[in-house]
Design a protein around this ligand. Structure first.
Ligand code: NDP
Ligand code: 8X3
Length: 249
C-alpha cells in the first residue's frame, strides 16, 4: 500500500531533498512551509504525488487548521518528518537578539511539538506510524556562539527519546537524523547573508541535502520490526562541531 509522508520545511534544503527522494521511491508526500510559491512549484514537480500545506509552524492554530484541511485521501499520515527549523545568529549569548531566541525556540521546539501532537494522535489510534526528527550535531555537542540553537537541538534529542517511550505501546517508530554541516539555505538564514555559503563551506566538502535524504529513506524503508533510533552523519572533513580539516590556499 502507498504510504503518505508529511515533511515539514520542504521548501528548501534537506526537507525538499527528502520530499523528492521519498516521492521517487513511491511515497505520497505532504509538503509544508511558509513560502507558498515554492510549495506550489514542488507540488507541480511531483505531479499528483504531493500535497502542499502552507503554514507557519510557530502558530498552533495554523498547524491545526492545515492538518484538518487535508482531503480524505491525504488524511492518513504514515510518516512524519519534523524537519522545519533554523539557527538565527552566531554570537555569544550576551550579544544575541532576543527575537532570534524566540524564533528558534518557537520553530525548532514548539513547532515540532504542535505538529507532532496532532499527527501522532491518528498514529496512536491506528497503532502504527513513524516519526523522524531532524536533530543535529548541535543536539549532541554545545559550541560557543550557538547556545540557543544547540539548546533547541538538545531539546529535539530529549523529545525524540521521550516520544519513543510514550509511543512504544502504540507500535510507532521514533528516531532522529543528526547531521553535521550540510550546504543548504541554513547558513544564509543564520547569518542573514546571501553570500554566507561561500565563507562557511570554504575549504572542505560539506554534506548535501540529498545525503541526509538518503539516510531518511533508509530509516523509512526498514521492515516493521526495525526502528533506526538515530543516524549521526558528518562530512568526512568534519570531526566535531568546531573541528574541520579545511584546505584553504
Ligand atoms: P533551510 O533553511 O534550507 O530549510 C529550512 C526549512 O525550514 C525551510 O523549508 C523553511 O521553510 C522551514 N521553516 C523554517 N521556519 C519555518 C516556520 N516558521 N514555519 C514553517 N516552516 C519553516 O535549512 P536546512 O534544510 O539545512 O534545515 C532543515 C533542518 O535541518 C533544520 O531543522 C536544521 O536545524 C537542520 N539541520 C541543518 C544542518 C545544516 O548544516 N544545514 C545540520 C543539522 C541539522 P519556509 O522558510 O518556506 O517556511
Ligand atoms: C547545523 C549544524 O554545526 O551549524 O545544525 O550547528 S551546526
Amino acid at each position: 500500500m502507498t504510504k503518505t509522508a508529511l515533511v515539514t520545511g520542504a521548501t528548501s534544503g534537506i526537507g525538499k531533498a527528502m520530499a523528492l527522494l521519498l516521492s521517487q521511491n513511491g511515497f505520497k508526500v505532504i509538503v509544508t512551509g511558509r513560502r507558498q510559491d515554492r510549495l506550489k512549484q514542488l507540488a507541480d514537480e511531483l505531479d499528483n504525488n504531493a500535497y502542499p500545506l502552507n503554514f507557519d509552524i510557530r502558530d498552533n492554530k495554523q498547524v491545526q487548521k492545515a492538518i484538518n484541511s487535508l482531503p480524505e485521501e491525504w488524511q492518513q499520515i504514515d510518516l512524519l518528518i519534523n524537519n522545519a527549523g533554523l539557527a538565527a545568529g552566531l554570537e555569544p549569548l550576551h550579544e544575541n537578539l532576543i527575537d532570534d531566541w524566540e524564533q528558534m525556540i518557537d520553530t525548532n521546539i514548539k513547532g515540532l511539538l504542535y505538529i507532532t501532537k496532532i499527527v501522532s494522535q491518528q498514529m496512536v489510534d491506528r497503532k502504527s506510524g513513524q516519526i523522524i526528527n531532524v536533530s543535529s550535531i548541535a543536539g549532541k555537542e554545545a559550541y560557543g556562539k550557538g547556545s540557543v540553537y544547540c539548546a533547541t537541538k538538545h531539546a529535539v534529542e530529549a523529545l525524540t527519546k521521550a516520544m519513543r517511550i510514550d509511543f512504544n505501546p502504540y507500535n510507532i517508530k521514533v528516531g532522529s537524523v543528526s547531521p553535521g554541516a550540510v550546504e543548504t539555505e541554513f547558513s544564509i538564514v543564520r547569518l542573514k547573508d546571501k553570500d554566507a555559503n561561500k565563507k562557511v563551506y570554504a575549504g572542505y566538502e560539506p554534506l548535501t541535502a540529498n545525503d541526509i535524504a538518503e539516510s531518511v529513506l533508509f530509516m523509512a524503508t526498514r521492515p516493521p520490526h526495525v526502528n533506526i533510533a538515530d543516524i549521526f552523519i558528518l562530512p568526512t572533513a568534519q570531526a566535531s562541531a568546531t573541528v574541520f580539516n579545511k584546505k584553504i590556499n
